[in-house]
Design a protein around this ligand. Structure first.
Ligand SMILES: [Zn+2]
Length: 418
């Protein structure tokens, strides 16, 4: 392929994802000439160029970098400037998303994900992922995105306050803050509040995303969490929606930005088998099953979303009361405790999985929901264990966190006493 052909391909991609129209093609070409600082494309080599990745942005950056001798930071800047051409302004993304959503929510999220992949806001998933057959179905292990994790955990700044804040959209970044020029967010109304839907740059899941409040507010509490999970499952019926668990600082300056995670579910949890059922006399439309999973997990199912929320809230309040550690109760030390949960909607039936973990044993805040779902990230470089040993070690770690000491009878006794 010639450089000029690659440029044409890039412009076609820009027209597809960037909100441009066919009429803009010449204009885009001239913008590109400006970015690469050439009077015309004739100055570039006319011989065949090797296309290696099939990803237009990567290929064009590589070819231009080589032809013009650009390397390092300068090459990164070139990539960012090209990526911006593939990224429409927030108003355009939101308008097209809304238009598509009207007809088909799946098509709308695909559209948004395509932009985020084309402009490289979302990093390609790891190819070295390890799928492991376990007693609990197929589990996924992926190398840890260590840099991303560190940044996520530690990053607090004056502006934007954190990586989840709305003010990131289009922010250029600086030495101490990552570039967010090509980040876009979809606005939505979540039970009367403005929330945003955005992709997670380092997720190992297809369309792995985050839902964040427009304000840098702490996590919602109590029944509100359940109501929001339910509403999100209605808005994105093809995604799982998860709430991380742990102890959250409700007041301090270091508060965690309220958020949920979601995406296409690629975990064995969804297909986990039932090992026992329980009756909930107060909530006749809700079925309750304990799942075969390394940590005690209760699945509540109902086509009546309102009653599902009430049942889950009742169960979690009872569980909170059962804990002898008073520091875990709301208000005692300005912290809020919450069990991790996953909501999904399958053919008009809501399913809510609640993980009964002993929160007093959780040192890291918040508890990694992906790990609980069986999508563990492993630092392969630091382990000499075999896949089987890794799985055993990891599942043991989950068992050690169990809120019912791995006793099904204890869990059933709790449920029957409700
Ligand atoms: Zn924030």
């Amino acid at each position: 392929m010639l450089v000029s052909q690659l440029v044409e391909e890039f412009m076609s991609l820009a027209i597809k994802t960037g909100g441009w129209m066919e009429m803009d093609r010449l204009y885009l070409k001239n913008r590109l000439l400006g970015i690469i600082e050439e009077p015309s494309f004739d100055a570039l080599p006319v011989q065949e160029v090797k296309i290696t990745t099939g990803d237009v942005l990567t290929d064009l950056v590589e070819v231009l970098g080589e032809a013009k001798g650009i390397v390092g930071e300068e090459l990164k800047t070139l990539e960012m400037r090209l990526a911006e051409i593939l990224t429409p302004p927030p108003s355009v993304v939101n308008a097209i998303f809304a238009q598509r959503y009207e007809k088909d929510p799946i098509d709308a999220t695909h559209y948004f994900y395509d932009i985020n992949q084309a402009n490289h806001f979302v990093m390609p998933p790891h190819k070295t992922e390890l799928l492991a057959e376990t007693d609990f179905g197929t589990w996924r292990f992926a190398p840890v995105h260590r840099e991303a994790r560190l940044a996520d955990a530690a990053l607090r700044s004056y502006y934007p306050v954190c990586l989840y804040c709305m003010e990131n959209e289009g922010y250029e970044g600086h030495r101490f803050y990552p570039s967010r020029q090509i980040q876009r967010m979809i606005r939505m109304n979540l039970l009367g509040e403005t929330w945003n839907y955005q992709f997670e740059p380092h997720s190992n899941l297809k369309e792995g995303c985050i839902f964040t409040s427009e304000h840098h507010d702490s996590m919602p509490t109590g029944q509100r969490v359940l109501e929001q999970l339910l509403a999100l499952a209605d808005i994105f019926p093809h995604y799982f929606i998860g709430a991380e668990g742990g102890k959250f600082d409700a007041e301090g300056s270091d508060m965690v930005h309220g958020r949920y995670v979601g995406g296409y579910e690629a975990s064995a949890l969804k297909n986990a088998k039932s090992i026992a059922t329980a009756k909930l006399p107060l909530f006749s439309t809700v079925t309750a099953e304990l799942l075969a999973w390394p940590v005690s997990t209760l699945r509540l199912s109902s086509s009546n979303g309102k009653q599902l929320v009430q049942a889950a809230h009742y169960i979690m309040a009872s569980w909170d009361n059962r804990q002898t550690d008073v520091s875990l109760t709301i208000g005692s030390d300005q912290s809020i405790s919450r069990l991790p949960m996953v909501m999904r909607k399958i053919e008009e039936v809501y399913h809510l999985d609640i993980f009964f973990v002993d929160l007093s044993k959780i040192m890291i805040n918040p508890l990694d929901l992906m790990a609980l779902m069986g999508n563990q990230e492993i630092d392969y470089s630091e382990t000499t264990l075999s896949a089987e040993e890794l799985i055993a070690k990891y599942q043991q770690e989950l068992q050690d966190l169990d809120g019912f000491n791995n006793q099904v009878s204890e869990a059933l006794a709790f449920l029957s006493a409700l």
